[in-house]
Design a protein. Sequence first.
Length: 90
Amino acid sequence: MIMTKKNMVVTRTLGVALVAALGLGGCATYKDEFATINSRLDSLDTKVQGAAQSAESANQSAQQANQRLDQIESRVQRLESVPAKRQPRG
């Protein structure tokens, strides 16, 4: 078979199409892998957000507990500083 210009163009076109098809086939594999990775990242992000909300709630509770302790501490100090009003019986 004699290679004419038309045959060379067809051969090159087929070669380019074959390379493109193989390349796009590889992209589909990567697309699936990226979808799996993105799904895992979304799941992890949801867990991190939940943990952050729990931590914020715990922080608020701790602040409230500290405020109550401060109030009690000031009351205890006042009671300890007041002199005894009664004389012991003897």
